[in-house]
Design a binder for this molecule. Structure first.
Ligand SMILES: O=C(O)CCC(=O)C(=O)O
Ligand SMILES: [Fe+2]
Length: 324
């Protein structure tokens, strides 16, 4: 049974003067639920989100033969398309997730093999990506501030997390993902859960659900509906930041269930997954509120401190996602 609660919505207006209050609200929500909305955030505008969803729709509504040309043939390939129904690219199987189809993009600093619907609007998409990136960096600064991370030579204070998520090549690893959950009428399938329960792998995720709800978060063992709040961005903590902060911030379990609208209408969402740079050790945060002891994490080994790369590799290894 899913219930609903008063979901945290954090107002970023008068950002500079209300900085400490906003930072505390972000920290509280990150600790307790692990999910919250932000409004008046100065990130991508409603018009920019609308355009991004139009590009997404232009890509996903193409025939499968077109989309498959950009298909990932391995999960190690960061950019490209994942199908919702088995398909082949030449003699290779394209990665398939039976619930949804996705298209991943990295920072578009140099031209790459990008599908037409997106490359045709490359500059616009660059701006959108950068807007999502900058918004994530704002969240990281607020978290570092609220966690009272002191200034250390070379690491900074409020830039503790941002300095480990640099935008420029060769560091950037954060992914912009377009998602579509095809309607039941179009697939002939009717699953009640269309994205199985998981925690995100990276540090934080920004999300926008276009017009169909269905996202639920586990709060104290109860599936709780996350409403759609228009012109707001949903933020959630991923597994990597939960691990990095010794469980202080909550990488909450979540899933997507089918709502009645999904019968005849496709569900679209856009996610921005931040990942720490390669080589970053996910340990050693100097904060007075960090738990003294590392908890046991079931998804990753507990016998050593993992780097970002090791953490991600472990999560991919133990993932049930894509194995169905
Ligand atoms: O599509 C959504 O609303 C959520 C997707 C999600 O949780 C994910 O891709 O990690
Ligand atoms: Fe997720």
């Amino acid at each position: 049974m899913a219930t609903s609660v008063n979901f945290p919505v954090i107002d970023f207006s008068d950002f500079e003067t209300r900085y400490a209050t906003i930072a505390d609200q972000v920290l509280e929500a990150s600790k307790n639920i692990g999910f919250f909305y932000i409004t008046n955030h100065n990130g991508p505008s409603a018009a920019q989100f609308k355009r991004a969803f139009e590009m997404s729709e232009a890509f996903f509504t193409q025939p499968m033969e077109q989309k498959i040309q950009y298909g990932k043939t391995s999960l190690n390939i960061l950019e490209g398309y994942i199908t919702y129904t088995p398909a082949k690219l030449g003699d290779k199987d394209v990665v398939c997730d039976s619930d949804k189809e996705t298209y991943d993009i990295l920072p578009l600093i140099k031209p790459q093999n990008i599908a037409g619907a997106f490359i045709d609007n490359k500059e616009e998409l660059d701006t959108f990506y950068k807007g999502m990136y900058d918004t994530s960096m704002k969240i990281f600064e607020l978290l570092a501030f609220a966690m009272k991370i002191p200034a250390n030579p070379g690491t900074g204070a409020n830039d503790y997390f941002t300095s480990r998520h640099r935008y420029d090549k060769p560091y950037a690893t954060s992914i912009l993902r377009f998602l579509r959950y095809p309607s039941e009428d179009s697939t002939g399938r009717s699953e009640s859960v269309v994205a199985s329960e998981h925690t995100d792998y990276g540090t934080i995720t920004l999300l926008s659900q276009r017009d169909i709800a269905g996202l639920q978060v586990d709060i104290d063992g109860t599936w709780t509906e996350i409403p759609i709040v228009h012109d707001a961005i949903l933020v959630n903590m991923g597994g990597a930041i939960e691990y990095w902060t010794r469980g202080l911030l909550r990488g909450a379990l979540h899933r997507v269930v089918a709502t009645p609208e999904l019968k005849s209408k496709d569900r679209y969402s856009i996610a921005f997954f931040t990942t720490p740079e390669s080589g970053v050790k996910l340990a050693g945060i100097d904060s007075p509120i960090l738990p003294a002891k590392m908890p046991e994490f079931t998804e990753v080994p507990n016998d050593r401190e993992l780097t970002s790369d090791e953490y991600m590799a472990e999560r991919f290894k133990s993932s049930s996602y894509l194995k169905k």
